[in-house]
Design a protein around this ligand. Structure first.
Ligand code: GAL
Length: 422
């Protein structure tokens, strides 16, 4: 069958429109609202706000709705998102961690659109690390656009305060336990802690120190049981460390736990490097002088990673404006606007490190030279179902301090969430 001229023309237009949606938004015809859903509210907001400013310059016809639900690590936002997604009311785009939070939750439920065409169009396969693309992909597509790499396993402190108290930075948890007594004797909380999810965050870093990278991975592949002696040891060590944390932890946000260090009430805090963003961007402290950092005890040479990304949910009301947002997010320019403010680094291999402070530059170097493992508390290694149930396991441990009870409960929730049978 031969196609007549006008049909061929129409076909060509259709093919171009489908293959290169950028052509549509490049003409400045975008309008309507764009709802960007995340948990980057308040103190966590400046980096996202800078990105939104840039988008509004590029696409003045679009009204951005910065829809945030406050609460570190998305504890509250993810619950709201779930209700909306299941109720058929998705935002245009939402924050989601690379790894199982994305793949084992939303992609598995067929709620996301494949963005492989955008990756082809923008050449992102060539500028993003393969191991990150793997965390965003299945054999059916690539499902979101990463905006950063955060590091989970960082120990924060104020150099002048450590000098004053006569202690140095502990390299292992055993060293920490020795230092802790000395700090307590001076009325200083050795390690500040916040609400439940920050206990998960601390737990993952203690567990990685005890297990090492290979056994940590084995836990997620089902090659190491949650009730094995090694994992019990991790709970035991965690229990000892908890003895040196503040009693009001459950009522503190991660920022308030950071504040305890900044104000000299506590010596150390283990938190992701959004704490660097908070201390430099919000509190105005100078990286290296105003605050110091080291790998969380026992994890030197290891980079516990996580990545915030945004995707295109099925049924996104303003698909075109969302694609323009996603295209911008993946660009070198946008990433180097966002990450220096956020405390994270750009995953792009061509990132301009001159825009980052000394913390960001050291993180970029560590990212290249370390053994990389995925975070549990921030969605890389386990899906949402496991994370929700693990919060309950943590509650059990925090109230009983019984390693065996926690190990048994974790084994049960891992089986229910299909951990180890992927
Ligand atoms: C993480 C997220 C970070 C930061 C942190 C604290 O899950 O990836 O970007 O927002 O929570 O809320």
């Amino acid at each position: 069958m031969r196609l007549r001229g006008w049909r061929l023309g129409l076909l060509a237009v259709l093919v171009v429109a489908l293959a290169a949606p950028a052509a549509v938004w490049a003409q400045g015809r975008l309008s309507g609202e764009l709802e960007i859903f995340s948990w980057w509210a308040g103190d966590e907001g400046p980096a996202l706000e800078a990105l939104i400013d840039r988008y509004e310059q590029l696409y003045p016809g679009v009204k951005v709705i910065n829809a945030t639900v406050t609460g570190g690590s998305g504890v509250n936002a993810k619950a709201v998102l779930k209700t909306r997604m299941l109720g058929g009311d998705p935002p245009d785009t939402f924050q989601v961690h690379a790894g199982q939070e994305l793949i084992g939750t939303w992609v598995l439920a067929n709620r996301m659109e494949d963005l492989g065409f955008l990756y082809d169009q923008e050449g992102w396969q060539k500028v993003l690390p393969q191991q990150l693309i793997d965390l965003l992909s299945t054999d059916k597509g690539i499902w979101s656009v990463p905006v950063n790499i955060h590091r989970s396993n960082v120990l924060w402190y104020i150099p002048d305060n450590l000098k004053k108290w006569g202690v140095s930075v502990p390299k292992t948890w055993d060293e920490f336990l020795q230092i802790a007594a000395k700090l307590q004797a001076q009325g200083v909380v050795p390690l500040s802690l916040g609400e439940n999810w920050t206990a998960n965050h601390l737990w993952e870093n203690v567990a990685i120190a005890v297990l090492g990278p290979q056994k940590w991975q084995a836990l997620w592949d089902g090659r190491l049981a949650w009730t094995s002696p090694e994992v019990l040891k991790a709970w035991e060590t965690f229990g000892k460390v908890l003895q040196y944390t503040n009693r009001d932890a459950a009522s503190l946000s991660w920022q308030q736990a950071t504040d305890m260090v900044v104000h000299g009430e506590a010596a150390f805090n283990v938190m992701g490097d959004w704490a660097a963003g908070y201390m430099s961007t919000t509190l105005g402290l100078e990286a290296g002088k105003g605050f110091g950092w080291a790998a969380s005890p026992g994890t030197s040479g290891i980079f516990v990673m996580l990545s915030d990304s945004f995707g295109l949910p099925v049924g996104s009301p303003n698909r075109e404006a969302t694609l323009a947002w996603l295209e911008m997010l993946g660009s070198r320019e946008a990433q180097d606007i966002f990450n220096p403010l956020k405390g994270s680094i750009s995953p792009r291999l061509d990132s301009d490190l001159s825009k980052y402070n000394t913390y960001g530059r050291s993180a970029a170097q560590d990212w290249r030279n370390s053994t990389i493992v995925g975070s549990l508390a921030h969605g890389v290694v386990a899906n949402e179902r496991f994370m929700n149930d693990f919060a309950t396991v943590m509650e059990i441990f925090l109230s009983t301090r019984d390693p065996q009870a926690a190990a048994n409960a974790a084994q049960a929730v891992a089986a229910q969430a299909g951990i180890g049978v992927r």
